[in-house]
Each structure stands twice: as structure tokens, then as C-alpha cells.
Design a protein around this ligand. Structure first.
Ligand code: PDD
Length: 286
């Protein structure tokens, strides 16, 4: 960790030398946004989509994008080159910079731009097949969950509540409907029909979610983007959570009750295989 090289405001420096002033609005207010880009065989996965989402997040909080797509690409490829391992997860963060503490935006500000990359190991397929346990919790987050904001207090409290209950994720319910996980999107399967909540301000538009939908549809499976009630979640044959770091993870125990037959389901197996093939194609073409 300590020998990793990070990017901060135009420079590549060892992690332990990267410092941000305490008046940075990211520290004071959580006033910033971020991205997490998975990297397979030194190649960023779905980079264009991640950069587009970063641009949307920045626009939503009224920060001009400090870098062009080419400049982001250069920062990301430098981070990948300077850090060990073929598979990595690149983290990017932009905040509204350093200013005297005041809720209103500072007049002229220089955004703080930070990037780091950590080694990422593929989840062990045998372990994933066992699935994980989740609990449902009230979605106590704000109303702009489509913005990938660094202000993640509600998410981390919800995730910790799940961990305290021996689970890997909290599946969140708002007004009787499933929104997403504390740090993942959610899919359910009923009679071979795959469903995930539609993209709106209650969910982060997950890049992995889009890949799963694309792969399902292009392989003749039915995948709907439609609301899922709490009751439908409880009666699902299969439940999956998706994210850039966890890929597609089956949930086999929900609120202490077995989901389906208690093992990763047949539809998950199919989607998981398609996802791995898709990744390997990218790896082999790199
Ligand atoms: N989080 N929903 C939330 C609230 C998330 O935090 C994430 C991912 C996702 C999945 O998005 P994607 O498929 O683009 O990774 C959905 C990242 C991994 C994180 O915060 O570390």
C-alpha cells in the first residue's frame, strides 16, 4: 500500500506524500464525487461509460469537469502503469477544492483531483457459488442517489449494519420498493425472468448493471427494468448484487431465509459465465 503511487492535482506521488489541506470541501462537507473503474489485464473496463458517469456526477453538483476525456485516460493509464498487478481498481475523486468554511460555493475554486489504484483480485468462483447473505433495510439515503457523491455516510452506516448482522450487503427498500444495495445494484429472478429496478434518482446507474442487462438480452434472456416490491424480493428464485468490484454476486440468504435452493441459481451461473467470457475477450484483445 505504502509503495503505491497516486495522482494529486497534476502530480504523481507516493501515497504517503499525498496530502490535502484540512479546509478541502471534500473533508469539510463531503462536497465531491468519485468513480471506481475496474481494470483487467491493465485495461480499464467500460472506461467511456465510467467517464461519462463522472461527468454527469460533476455536472449535477455544478463542478466543471477539470479534465478532458483524454486527460482522464492519461491519468488512468499512468496510475495503472505505476502500480503493480494486471487487475486493479482505479479510484478517482474530484472535490470543490479548498476554501474558507461556508456552505455556499466559493466564488473561484480550483477542484481537488485525486486518483489511486489498488490491486483487485477476482472473487474466487467456488466461494461466490456459495453466495452471500443480505438483510433488507430502510433506504435512509438522500434523494439524489444517481450522483456518485463521496458523501456516503448513510451508505456506510447501512453496510456496517449488514456486516454486524454477519451479512455482505444491505438491500435497501424505499416506499415498499427495492432501490439497490449499500454499494451495489440489485437483480431478482422469478421463473427465469430477470428484473432490476429502473434507473432513476433513487439508484446509482451502475456500469456492471448495464453490462449484465446487455449480456442477458443479447443471449436471448428476458431482463426487465421494472420496480421490485419488497414482497417480490422475498419471493425471488434468485437475487444478485452487482458492482465493479464484486461483479455478479448471488445472495442465497435474505433476512435469515434461504433464497431459492440456497445455492447460486441456474440463471446466475449463465450470466456469470457470460460476464467472465466478456472480460476474457477484453483481456485477450489487450
Ligand atoms: N460502488 N450502487 C451503489 C450505491 C454503489 O456504490 C455502486 C458501486 C453500485 C454499482 O455500480 P458499478 O457497477 O458502476 O460499480 C451501485 C463502488 C464499487 C464503490 O463505491 O466502491
Amino acid at each position: 500500500m505504502s509503495d503505491s503511487i497516486v495522482y494529486l492535482n497534476g502530480e504523481f506521488v507516493p501515497l504517503d506524500q499525498a496530502q490535502v489541506p484540512v479546509l478541502d470541501r471534500g473533508f469539510i462537507f463531503g462536497d465531491g464525487v468519485y468513480e471506481v473503474v475496474p481494470v483487467y489485464r491493465k485495461t480499464p473496463f467500460r472506461l467511456e461509460e465510467h467517464l461519462r458517469r463522472l461527468d454527469n456526477s460533476l455536472r449535477s453538483i455544478r463542478i466543471d469537469n477539470p479534465c478532458t476525456p483524454d486527460e482522464w485516460q492519461t491519468i488512468i493509464s499512468q496510475l495503472i502503469e505505476r502500480n503493480a498487478g494486471p487487475d486493479q481498481s482505479v479510484y478517482l475523486q474530484v472535490t470543490r477544492g479548498v476554501a474558507k468554511r461556508d456552505h455556499g460555493f466559493p466564488e473561484n475554486f480550483l477542484p481537488t483531483v485525486f486518483g489511486m489504484s489498488n490491486p483487485m483480485s477476482e472473487p474466487d468462483p467456488e466461494q461466490i457459488k456459495q453466495g452471500g447473505c443480505a438483510i433488507t433495510l430502510d433506504d435512509t439515503r438522500w434523494q439524489h442517489c444517481d450522483i456518485k457523491a463521496v458523501t456516503l455516510l448513510a451508505n456506510i452506516l447501512l453496510r456496517q449494519q449488514a456486516i454486524d448482522a454477519g451479512c455482505i450487503e444491505a438491500i435497501l427498500i424505499r416506499d415498499g420498493e427495492v432501490t439497490e444495495g449499500a454499494a451495489s445494484n440489485v437483480f431478482v429472478v422469478h421463473n427465469k425472468l430477470i428484473r432490476t429496478p429502473p434507473k432513476d434518482s433513487r439508484v446509482l446507474p451502475g456500469i456492471t448493471r448495464d453490462v449484465v442487462i446487455e449480456l442477458a438480452r443479447s443471449n436471448g434472456l428476458t431482463c426487465e427494468e421494472k420496480a421490485i416490491s419488497g414482497a417480490e424480493l422475498q419471493s425471488a428464485d434468485e437475487i444478485w448484487i452487482t458492482s465493479s468490484t464484486r461483479e455478479i454476486m448471488p445472495i442465497t440468504l435474505l433476512d435469515g431465509k434461504v433464497v431459492g435452493n440456497g445455492k447460486a441459481g441456474a440463471m446466475w451461473q449463465q450470466l456469470y459465465a457470460l460476464y467472465q467470457q466478456h472480460k476474457h475477450k477484453l483481456r485477450n484483445s489487450a
